[in-house]
Design a protein around this ligand. Structure first.
Ligand code: ACO
Ligand code: LMR
Length: 264
């Protein structure tokens, strides 16, 4: 038989060897002719399958909702300062992206991990939150700098409304809301934030769609696909902030002395 020389790379998501590129086996012409959207492309390249419309629309809503949140947040601030230092688009973009992590925008995977584990183990919100406190870990997906009980995050409400209408089950989101009810009894700003809403709802999408085995869901949560949604989405805003600063011909940024507490 044929002897195949060993390859240095294995790749399973796309193929450019034919007449046109294929994403997870779907030719580009099909993607265009069938009017696929960004949600479908993400489904093919990240999850290696076509997902039902309500799922791809949910992915697109996540992208749109997280595209930007004004100039004051960590990522935008970094991109603005970098653009004003005269750096190029890619440098300004990655400088903003590098702030995405456990405190800012990158709590989605951990929120999914902890909510899933706690919900699957049947922990009450009290047991879960107090257990986290004992371990000295802030609950990922809970808390916000400017949002609170009386100033809810509209993005979270929009995601919840969409899921209530379209998802067969919102079990994990309901668990996250019970956790929020408990954390709000401790402090006003301990709301379910957009990372927590996406993390819990994506668990509902994965388990309710019937498109993933239990093992595949565990793998997605373990590897941590979901922060990718925020990274992808916020790139749109960070690129916008970079263009904005260049368009405005903003000079080098220097932080004012008055805003620094110099102390020994
Ligand atoms: N779980 C438990 N307790 C919390 C949490 C939480 N998630 N967040 C705040 N607290 C409590 C703690 O007791 C904290 O005291 P500590 O500093 O001794 O731990 C106290 O509230 C004071 O916290 P604040 O100063 O009010 O919180 P801050 O405004 O600095 O932080 C933040 C906001 C970073 C979002 C925080 O709530 C947090 O770390 N949350 C978890 C990570 C997360 O979900 N990040 C995504 C936010 S949404 C986004 O970035 C798009
Ligand atoms: C964001 O999406 O950037 C915000 O939720 C973060 C913030 O502090 O406002």
């Amino acid at each position: 038989g044929k002897v195949r020389a060993p390859t240095h790379i294995i790749s399973t998501i796309s193929d450019d060897r034919g007449e046109e590129p294929c994403y997870a086996g779907v030719p580009m012409s099909t993607i265009i002719e069938k009017g696929y959207g960004v949600g479908d492309v993400i489904s093919l390249l990240w999850f290696k399958r076509s997902l039902p419309r309500y799922c791809t629309q949910f992915i697109e809503i996540c992208i749109m909702l997280c595209a930007d949140h004004g100039p004051c947040v960590s990522g935008a601030h970094n991109s603005i300062v970098t653009a004003r230092a005269g750096k190029d688009l890619v440098s300004s973009l990655v400088s903003g992206l590098l702030t995405i992590g456990p405190r800012f925008g990158g709590a989605i995977d951990d929120a999914a991990r902890y909510f899933k584990d706690a919900c699957d183990r049947g922990l009450t919100p009290y047991e879960f939150v107090e257990g986290m406190k004992k371990k000295g870990i802030r609950v990922p997906g809970i808390g916000h700098r400017i949002k609170s009980r009386d100033n809810r995050d509209k993005r979270v409400q929009l995601l919840q409304k969409y899921a209530h209408t379209h998802f067969p089950s919102v079990k994990y989101m309901e668990y996250a809301v019970q956790v929020e009810t408990y954390t709000l009894s401790k402090a006003n700003n301990l709301v379910l934030n957009v990372d927590g809403a996406i993390g819990s709802l994506f668990l509902d999408l994965l388990s309710g769609s019937g498109m993933f085995t239990k093992q595949e869901i565990d793998e997605i949560v373990e590897i941590g696909y979901l922060n990718g949604l925020f990274v992808l989405a916020r790139s749109i805003g960070l690129i916008g902030h970079t263009f904005d600063q260049k368009r405005l011909k903003q000079p080098l940024y220097r932080h004012p002395w008055e805003d620094v507490l110099y102390t020994k």
